[in-house]
Design a binder for this molecule. Structure first.
Ligand code: B12
Ligand code: SF4
Length: 533
């Protein structure tokens, strides 16, 4: 029974920025008895349905944005006589939908690391269930990816996960619901082993595909101490220790490695953590700024963020500690006014951000915002060609509205145009060139300019633009820039890079381990998790 794993996408660029990690994790979770799975990433090229035959098993991952394409792929696979299995965040949230729209035979909810093997074994035995509950497995059970099955010449960044879950509860985000509020952390040994494997294959740019790289804040520790909650204090300290231990080991990897992650702004209060990140070669992080006013932050349950001058100061703190910031902003919040757009881009330019993204408010399923909106719509649902707007992902892209929740002050077109204007201003050649001065040499500066333009084209013009000619043009130029840019990310493979030799752990948590890298960073982690060089 040949097994196929397919990452659906409407847009194929021939080259992709980041590896879809689930593909390589599920490949590793495929029992050896089934042989190597065939991996298809449609962000590179579209599926050839002729490659699927009767009796094959096809696993498809869907998030909300690619669910419709995923269903097309599932229907095509079913028509070839294959057994179709869906998983991923969207299937987790709407397990019945793939049966209704995508010819599903089986749906897996939650983590697939363990459930996928069970599905395959049950299918082989002819005794599969309809729905499997993969749940939220512990960090020690996360499966390491099979990078030997990756097309190494197609991706710029590989993705390695170090932690899942986030303790916050932002109203627009589903992570805390689907991945849980309790951080689930992988052991640093497993993370490092994977990274060594990737560096051997010529990858030196690694995205740490985490929800929040800073799972325990100083405030969390202080509160636990004040409440004399020793058990919580112990568990928080262990999580924090593991972070520092991971960063200490990352620091010992070859010096040309470059990591990028996602982190909350409160980490700027923690200079020890930021310095450990810098030493670990974590060059930058996506920081969810979201909004620049206190009212807007309160409305999205993100009032742990700062606004105004304090916000600029916090963002600049990252730069002072040697970390670049990709600031992420949301437009279309009910508190936004026409003046918000200019104020936001001015702040983004002033705050020393290296990159920024300006996304349109989207009610993603599983979020507080979505639930509120669905409730409001239940009385008199707005329909688009027979589909309720609250199921917008089922509406074909050509007729899908760009904004779903009406704004009290601005039309959707106005919001799109103003957002587009902010992208244009932040990614104008002048500001990009000025920002590129942070690079060490001309080659890096050219890479910076190209990646800035690519990011802007792939995201803003293909995603937000309402003008189809502009979208087509942007896709073509993104394809060309992506091919050029990838070469700049390529590194010479290091097939002889030694694997660290790990010592067994003791009960008290992460131990310092001796590694065999020539350029050991000399970081030590003490019992409260403070890294000292
Ligand atoms: C890293 C990441 C990115 C990266 C890399 C994306 C990539 N190429 O992989 C970047 C920064 C590019 C990105 C971009 C975006 N992302 Co993102 N991203 C993530 C993040 C943090 C981790 C994803 C990851 O690699 N996880 C590791 C893998 C192993 O886990 P997994 O994919 O969940 O797969 C597991 C299970 O779901 C299951 N499974 C998955 N597929 C299948 C299939 C089968 C058959 C089975 C059995 C099981 C199974 O098994 C896997 C192993 O346990 C998630 C958050 C999250 N917790 O999922 C958000 C997340 C997926 N992103 C999200 C969003 C919204 C986006 C953007 C739209 C953001 C934006 N506004 O621009 C874009 C869209 C990009 C696109 N077109 O795909 C949302 C999706 C919400 C939704 N309902 O769909 C998430 C959940 C975050 C959130 N805030 O809610 N993202
Ligand atoms: S937006 Fe970020 S901080 Fe907020 S819940 Fe999601 S992952 Fe956590």
């Amino acid at each position: 029974m040949p097994v196929h794993l397919i990452n659906p996408s409407d847009n194929s660029f021939g080259t992709a920025v980041i590896t879809p990690r689930w593909l390589f994790v599920l490949a590793a979770a495929t029992p050896a008895s089934m042989g190597d799975p065939i991996l298809v990433d449609e962000t590179l090229e579209q599926l050839d349905p002729e490659s699927i035959h009767a009796g094959d098993i096809v696993g498809i991952s869907i998030h909300t944005g690619n669910a419709l394409r995923g269903y097309e792929v599932g229907k095509a696979a079913h028509a070839c006589g294959a057994t179709v299995v869906y998983g991923g965040i969207h299937a987790t949230l709407f397990p019945e939908e793939p049966f209704e729209h995508g010819m599903a035979d089986v749906v897996v909810k939650g983590d697939g690391d363990l459930a996928w093997g069970q599905v395959l074994r049950d299918l082989s035995a002819g005794a599969a269930q309809r729905i499997y509950e993969g749940g939220k497995i512990g960090g020690e059970e996360f499966v390491s990816a099979r990078w030997d099955l990756m097309q190494t010449d197609k991706y710029m960044w590989a993705s390695v996960q170090t932690i899942r879950g986030c303790s916050k509860h932002c109203s627009f985000c589903s992570v805390w619901r689907t991945d849980g509020q309790k951080p689930r952390q992988r052991s640093f040994e497993k993370v490092i082993d994977e990274i060594v494997d990737l560096r051997r294959r010529g990858f030196r740019f690694i995205a740490l595909a985490d929800d929040n790289f800073y799972p325990v804040s100083l405030t969390d520790l202080r509160l636990a101490r004040e409440q004399n909650n020793l058990q919580r204090l112990e568990s928080l300290s262990q999580i924090r220790n593991e972070r520092f231990a991971l960063m200490a080991e990352l620091a010992k990897l070859p010096k040309d490695m470059c990591f990028f992650t996602q982190i909350t702004m409160e980490s700027a209060e923690d200079p020890d953590f930021l310095d450990a990140m810098r030493r670990a070669n974590i060059k930058g992080a996506l920081v969810g700024v979201e909004a620049v006013t206190p009212q807007a932050l309160k409305a999205v349950y993100k009032d742990f963020n700062f606004a105004g001058d304090m916000l600029i100061e916090r963002l600049q703190t990252f730069r002072r500690h040697g970390l670049h910031v990709l600031g992420s902003f949301i437009f279309g919040l009910p508190t936004d006014e026409p003046g918000t757009f200019a104020a936001t881009v001015e702040l983004a330019l002033k705050a020393d951000l290296t990159f920024a993204q300006f996304v349109m408010m989207t009610p993603f399923p599983g979020t507080v915002d979505f639930n509120r909106w669905e409730k409001e719509q239940s009385q008199n649902p707005k329909m688009v060609e027979g589909t309720p707007i609250t199921r917008y992902w089922q509406i074909p892209a050509a007729i899908r509205p760009k904004m779903f929740i009406p704004h009290p002050l601005m039309t959707s077109e106005e919001l799109c145009e103003r957002t587009q204007g902010v992208w244009d201003r932040f990614y104008g050649f002048g500001p990009i060139w000025e920002r590129s001065a942070c690079t060490p040499n001309l080659r890096a500066r050219i890479a910076f300019v190209l990646i800035s333009k690519l990011y802007r084209q792939m995201y803003a013009s293909t995603g937000i633009s309402t003008d189809s000619a502009r979208r087509r043009k942007a896709k073509n130029s993104a394809r060309w820039i992506a091919r050029m840019t990838r070469k700049l990310f390529q590194a010479k493979p290091m097939p002889n890079l030694a694997s660290p030799v790990w010592q067994p752990r003791t009960r008290s948590g992460p131990q310092l381990t001796r590694l065999e890298y020539p350029s050991a960073g000399g970081l030590e982690v003490d019992s409260v998790g403070v890294a000292r060089s």
